[in-house]
Design a protein around this ligand. Structure first.
Ligand code: AMP
Ligand code: ZN
Length: 150
């Protein structure tokens, strides 16, 4: 296995680690988009968020929540953009789940997550809502899908 993030998890290659738990490692991105750009990765080698076991995902996002404040404060950030490229089609370059925490400042020249999309949506929102509720119910995730807006 020569996944670069697995190698960082196993401490086989250097990384600027900022936090480690039994399930998660957080380290600085080697090509930071901004000062304090952190990547949070599960120990488990899985490509996408939906591939993680529920407990692995819980642990991952628990650490993301825990780090968001300290990472921002350490570099005097005004906010953070938190994101996941989830699948190769999204631009994900390393097929091991990683959550980006990128500190932000007013007028730092970067956009919001909205700016990465050209706003191409073709389908009726209600129709899409019905499709997604059906898919969620099918996944038997135990999530209450509600009944939509009407
Ligand atoms: P993504 O495009 O979402 O797959 O992001 C992968 C990120 O991993 C990029 O921001 C890279 O700069 C970062 N990266 C690649 N190799 C390393 C490494 N050895 N240590 C830290 N970050 C890395
Ligand atoms: Zn890996």
């Amino acid at each position: 296995m020569d996944c670069i993030f697995c190698r960082i998890v196993r401490a086989e290659i250097p990384a600027e680690v900022v936090a480690r738990t039994d399930d998660v490692v957080a380290f600085l991105d080697v090509q930071p988009l901004a000062d304090g750009h952190v990547l949070v990765v599960p120990l488990a080698h899985e490509a996408c968020v939906e591939d993680l076991e529920p407990a692995q995902a819980d642990a991952l996002f628990r650490v993301v929540r825990l780090l968001a404040g300290p990472v921002r404060e350490a570099v005097d950030g005004a906010g953070t953009t938190i994101g996941v490229n989830n699948g190769t089609a999204t631009g994900q370059t390393i097929p091991h789940v990683h959550v980006h925490i990128v500190p932000r400042w007013q007028n730092d020249g970067a956009g919001s997550v909205h700016t990465i999309f050209p706003r191409k949506a073709y389908r009726d929102v209600k129709e899409v809502g019905t499709l997604i509720r059906a898919a969620v119910a099918e996944a038997s995730s135990g999530i209450d899908v509600g009944r939509g807006a009407d």
